[in-house]
Write a protein that binds this ligand. Sequence first.
Ligand code: HEM
Ligand code: HEM
Length: 215
Amino acid sequence: MTNSETSIFIQKNSVAIRIWHWLTFLFVIALITTVLLESTVLNQRDNIPVVQKVLQSKGISVDNNQAQAVSHLYGEKMWDIHKIFGYFLSFLFLSRIIIELTQSKEEKIKYRFKSAVALLKKPGSDKKELKHYLIVKASYSFFYLLLMSMVVTGLLVAFGADLGITGPVRHSIKEVHGFIQYLIYAFVVFHLVGVILADIGKAKGIVSGMINGGK
Ligand code: HEM
Ligand code: HEM
C-alpha cells in the first residue's frame, strides 16, 4: 500500500468503463467547444457590425435589429449541435448507471469507498494515501452529480416547452445549467492535473490503465 507497485490507485478498469470514459471525454470536450464557439466567433452581438459591414459593401444599409436577425442564425445552429451532443451525453449518463449496476462487486463505487474506509481504520495503513484516494473517489461522485444536473437541466430546457416549462422558469433552469458549466470546467482541470501528477509520481501507469485496463 505504501510503494508504487501496490498503490491503491492502481486498479483494474473494465472495458465498459474505459469505453464510457473516453466517449464521455469526447462529448464533454465537444460540448465545451460548442459553448466556446458560440460565445466567440459565432457570437450574435459581436457579429452585428460584421453583417452591417458586408451589406454596406453591397450598398444595403441595415439597423442593429435587422443585422441581428441574420447574425443570430449561426449561433442558433451551434446550439442545435450542442443539443445533439447533449443527447449523446445524456445517453452516456444513463449508460454509466447501467454499468454501475452490472459491473463486478470490486469495481462498484460503493465497494471502493467501503474498502478504503475499512483499510483506513486498520493499524499501520498508509493513512495519507488512503485519505487522498477517498478525496479522488469523492471528486468522481461529485462529477457524477454535476453530470446528472447538466443532463436534467439540459433536457428540461430542450423539451421544457412540451412540458409547459416556459418563460422565467425556463430562464432560471438555463441559468443553473450555465452556472454548472464552471464546476464542470473546474473538475476537468482538477482531474487532468491529478492524473498527470499521479502518473508522474506514485501511481505510474494510471493513465495507460484507463486505456489498456490496468494490470
Ligand atoms: C459538459 C456539459 C455541458 C456544458 C458545459 C453545457 C453548457 C451550456 C451553456 C453554457 C449553455 C448556455 C446557457 C445560457 O445561455 O445561459 C447551454 C445551453 C443549453 N444546453 Fe448545455 N451544456 C452541457 C450539457 C448539456 C446537455 C447534457 C444537454 C442535454 C440535452 C444540454 C442542453 C442544452 C440546451 C437545450 C441549451 C439551450 C440552447 C439554446 O439556447 O437554444 N447541455 N449549455
Ligand atoms: C472531459 C474530460 C474528462 C472527464 C469528464 C473525465 C471523467 C472521469 C471520471 C468520471 C472518472 C472516474 C471513472 C470511475 O467511475 O471509475 C475518470 C477516471 C480517470 N480518468 Fe478521466 N476524465 C476526463 C479526461 C481524462 C483524460 C484526458 C485523461 C488522461 C490524460 C483521464 C484519465 C483518467 C484516469 C487515469 C482515470 C482513473 C483514475 C483513478 O483510478 O482514480 N481522464 N475520469
